[in-house]
Ligand binder design. Structure first.
Ligand code: HEM
Ligand SMILES: *[C@@H]1O[C@H](CO)[C@@H](O)[C@H](O)[C@H]1NC(C)=O
Ligand SMILES: *[C@@H]1O[C@H](CO)[C@@H](O)[C@H](O)[C@H]1NC(C)=O
Ligand SMILES: *[C@@H]1O[C@H](CO)[C@@H](O)[C@H](O)[C@H]1NC(C)=O
Ligand SMILES: *[C@@H]1O[C@H](CO)[C@@H](O)[C@H](O)[C@H]1NC(C)=O
Length: 400
């Protein structure tokens, strides 16, 4: 009996190992390689992990001079695209020397250098200023073929900016006033836009990569545990009590689905707690509260195993009502929170539609089974009433 619930576990392990393989960096797009080569930036190229950005550079072997090209999409009538270097120990926004290209509402493009400080993060006005990096040939371009906004520059780096531990950050924002860029969004994409890059060898260290992978694992475990196995267990408990399985089997199946589901979901929940703890930039209040609610009350449901009153106990009926009601309420909260999590993660749309498909599949199975249960109920009732009462009042079972 246990096989039916072990299969999903194997599937999940497979998916997780596949996603960890795909976490390695992808090459730059052909189009980006082409337009940057036209500007004589012909060196290594990296497709960055966030905001759909790409970065290419030329490094001159004997100097601290580099040519860079940074491209990103900006799908709005106005806004800004920024790229910068940070002389500090970690790549982060504060302390970045940035090149910010602004798209004005009338469509014209301007670019300037900006010194990003702690005050910027406190939302003080950010205006163009000198930076301690030499900047030549600064350009901000729109490439209509690939709908990219591209920053080009030749940089002369002081010794504090180590070429082999080059900390760079990038960002896209949708509000600007004149030459002043305004606060960018703070989705996971926006706060993950940091990287330490070895400009000499081309290898990179993404602080966020490990964490991004864990987020995917967190999502898969929760969708599989809370979102799939628990509902399947409920369907089994509701519709298979007497048919087609032997009496005891439904209970074993129900319990094994709930235990495996609870185990996977709890692992996902713990990873989620760790992720929440590790990220100082943001917190997702609703997602977290719902998660704690789900964990607390499914735990209570699991205790049901131990606290189940005896069959003839007078509380048994109330206990059943409570167990069932809480179970259905939990299923609703769980799917709400899965949509919440998908909205935060903003992965490809396949996640959302995949989950909608899964929900639809489970719901339609439940509907079909519900229909059959009612049919059976009415058939039996009508058979009974027709066998006992057909002689007395001939036409009563017509309606069923
Ligand atoms: C225009 C004014 C800006 C304001 C008011 C601003 C504000 C902020 C705030 C408040 C956060 C923290 C997010 C959170 O805790 O939820 C943040 C993060 C971040 N910002 Fe900005 N920002 C600005 C411009 C920029 C620019 C120009 C860049 C890139 C060159 C940038 C790159 C980043 C990055 C990479 C993070 C995440 C990592 C970190 O916090 O250090 N920001 N920003
Ligand atoms: C690229 O380099 C070639 C040869 O050095 C030069 O003729 C051309 O003007 C350069 N193009 C740009 C956009 O700098
Ligand atoms: C690199 O070395 C060559 C010859 O040694 C020299 O002419 C050139 O100026 C140097 N470039 C830089 C950026 O130092
Ligand atoms: C667009 O607006 C800016 C000011 O916001 C102005 O400096 C610039 O000249 C305008 N460009 C065009 C093409 O009208
Ligand atoms: C830029 O800001 C940093 C502090 O983040 C400061 O130490 C540095 O002197 C500033 N640079 C310029 C050119 O103002």
């Amino acid at each position: 009996m246990y096989y039916s619930c072990h299969f999903p576990v194997l599937l999940i392990l497979l998916i997780i190992s596949l996603t960890s393989m795909s976490a390695y960096s992808h090459p730059c797009s052909e189009d980006f390689l082409k337009i940057t080569a036209e500007r004589n930036v012909t060196g290594s190229c990296k497709k960055l992990d966030t905001l759909g950005a790409e970065f290419r550079w030329n490094h001159r072997p004997n100097g601290s001079q580099i040519d860079i090209a940074f491209g990103a999409k900006l799908e709005a009538d106005a806004g800004w695209v920024a790229w910068g270097v940070n002389p500090g120990d970690t790549p982060q926004m504060v302390g970045t020397r940035a090149l910010i290209g602004i798209k004005q509402p009338n469509g014209s493009l301007v670019i300037n250098t900006y010194n990003i400080t702690r005050d910027t993060k406190r939302r003080c006005q950010l205006l163009p200023s000198k930076i301690d990096v030499g900047v030549n040939n600064l350009k901000f371009d729109y490439s209509s073929q690939i709908r990219y906004y591209v920053i080009y520059a030749s940089l002369d780096l002081p010794p504090a900016y180590h070429l082999s531990k080059f900390k760079h950050v990038w960002q896209v924002g949708y509000k600007a006033e004149g030459l002043e860029p305004k606060m960018h969004p703070t989705t996971l994409h926006n706060v993950d836009s940091i990287q330490t890059l070895d400009l000499v060898s081309g290898s990179s260290h993404n602080i966020g990569r490990h964490r991004r992978h864990l987020r995917t694992v967190h999502g898969i475990l929760n969708i599989a545990g809370w979102g799939t196995l628990l509902p399947i267990g409920v369907i089994i408990a509701r519709y298979f009590k007497s048919y087609p399985m032997k009496k005891k089997w439904w209970f074993v199946l129900h319990i094994s689905c709930q235990i495996v589901g609870y185990f996977l979901g709890t692992t996902g929940f713990i990873i989620g707690l760790w992720l929440g703890h590790a990220s100082k930039h943001y917190s997702f209040f609703t997602h977290r509260i719902l998660a704690i609610f789900i964990f607390a009350f499914t735990t209570l449901q699991m205790f049901a195993l131990r606290l189940l009153p005896g069959k003839n106990d007078e509380y048994r009926e109330y206990w059943n009502m409570y167990h069932h009601f809480l179970g259905y309420a939990l299923l609703a909260v769980i799917s709400a929170n899965i949509f919440e999590g998908i909205a935060i993660l903003k992965p490809e749309n396949t996640w959302k539609w995949g989950y909608i498909g899964l929900l639809g599949f489970l719901l339609s199975i439940a509907l079909v089974l519900e229909f059959f249960t009612w049919c059976k109920f009415f058939c039996e009732k009508s058979r009974k009433s027709s066998s006992t009462a057909s002689q007395v009042s001939g036409g009563r079972s017509e309606g069923t």
